[in-house]
Ligand binder design. Structure first.
Ligand code: PLP
Length: 401
């Protein structure tokens, strides 16, 4: 085998299924990396994108604005808590994180504190693949470990889940506050760094320590946003308002590439002045692409007209029951579920390629990664398909161990 196995050719995606080149239909247990939250080919989304394609597929977003972007921004700020009122359109999740970092550094520069240009992130963090975002990823566990010293590494520490780790985190903020621009956190679920969960109190603790030591808080909701954890945003369950929030993936229902970085009023105010040099300089070519905005607006319509978030909440119980038989298998370390996320953590992943092939042969698409076999299906995956997904996983994981 070379560094990667041969990819599976997919020729179409229909509803909740991927269709392979040789005509098989696979239930998509990944929702194409958390993004296809309503399933594939939702007529309302398709129609919105088609109409926008005819009207105006793209226009630059410098010195120009357009209705799909204006409407999307105003809907997002209505959905988000507190004064998270200012939306910056990025073109991918990683870029949204880069923008958040630039906002945080720029905020302190404009407050006369240019040494506050470093970040604190957490063990097991994953925030994207561009170089700034990479610097926030856990250097020991992330897929970027091979870059070593070539990439700047920010400071990492354990999540403040108990008294000891809270003490360590607080001490770090206290001692290094003059150099720290922001703390960056994936609220409730750390994704690609290990599919690890923490509770709302931990998120609230991060917020209150950021307040105590006057450090900005960035919530990376690129994976957790739009219903995935059982509330529209994970922070909704934590009763906190971060200073900056990133969202992406399911923003456009998985149809177009777009993400957003949303800032609170205090952050926005730092860049809003009579001096042109105070502006936030970041202008990707496809910023606020109208097709992506149309898809995102149509997706938000579906969140309004259908009980999508409730469906994610209900899926949690079903995943819990369905995956429970794995708990007692040798090699299984943990089985955990939150919203529309199911994770089986193992002490050693068996032959991943063989396992993936067995999943495909049994009619499902999952991509085990790290030490986890995990699923993040469309939030509205019908109950019988959730059962089918779980039953194949239980059978194949049992066989593998
Ligand atoms: N942040 C988190 C928490 C993510 O899960 C991801 C992607 O998996 C990213 C950032 C990067 O997003 P993208 O892959 O769209 O660049």
């Amino acid at each position: 085998m070379k560094t990667a196995p041969a990819p599976l050719e997919i020729v179409a995606a229909d509803g909740f299924e991927l269709i392979t080149a040789d005509g098989r239909r696979l239930i998509d247990g990944m929702a194409s990396w958390w993004s296809v939250c309503h399933g594939y080919g939702q007529p309302h989304v398709v129609e919105a994108v088609q109409q926008q394609l005819v009207r105006m597929p793209h226009v630059m977003f410098g010195g120009i604005t357009h209705e799909p972007a204006e409407r999307l921004a105003s809907r997002l700020v209505t959905l988000l808590p507190g004064d998270l009122d200012h939306v910056f359109f990025a073109d991918s999740g990683s870029v949204a994180v880069e923008v958040a970092m630039k906002m945080a550094i720029g905020y302190w520069q404009r407050h006369g504190k240019p040494t506050r240009n470093r970040f604190v992130a957490f063990d097991h963090a994953y925030h994207g693949d561009t170089t700034g975002a990479m610097s926030l990823c856990d250097p020991n566990r992330s897929m970027h470990a091979s870059y070593g010293d070539a990439i700047l590494t920010q400071r990492h520490c354990a999540l403040p889940t108990d008294e000891v780790s809270t003490e360590v985190f607080a001490r770090l903020l206290e001692q290094r506050r003059d150099t720290i621009a922001a703390v960056v956190l994936e609220p409730l679920v750390q994704g690609a760094g290990g599919m690890r969960f923490h509770d709302p109190e931990t998120v609230a603790r991060v917020r209150s320590l950021c307040d105590e030591f006057d450090v900005l808080m960035i919530a990376d909701e690129i994976a957790t946003g739009f219903g995935r954890t059982g509330t529209m945003f994970a922070i909704d369950a934590c009763d906190v308002v971060p200073d900056i929030l990133c969202a992406g993936k399911a923003l456009t229902a998985g149809t177009m590439t777009m993400a957003v970085t949303v800032a609170r009023q205090n952050v926005f105010d730092a860049f809003w002045s009579d001096h042109a040099e105070d502006a936030l300089m970041h202008g990707p070519t496809f910023m606020a692409n109208p097709l992506a905005c149309a898809a995102a607006n149509a997706s938000l319509d579906l969140f309004e007209t259908e009980p999508r978030v409730q469906q994610a909440r209900e899926m949690e119980a079903q995943l819990r029951t369905g995956l429970e038989p794995c708990r007692d298998l040798p090699g299984v370390v943990d089985v955990r579920c939150r919203g529309a996320i199911g994770v089986i953590q193992v002490d050693r992943l068996p032959d991943v390629e063989q396992l993936r092939q067995r999943f495909v042969d049994a009619g499902i698409w999952l991509r085990p990664f790290g030490d986890c076999i995990y699923m993040t299906p469309p939030l509205n995956l019908p109950r019988e398909l959730v059962d089918q997904l779980c039953s194949v996983v239980v059978t194949e994981v049992t066989r593998a161990f």
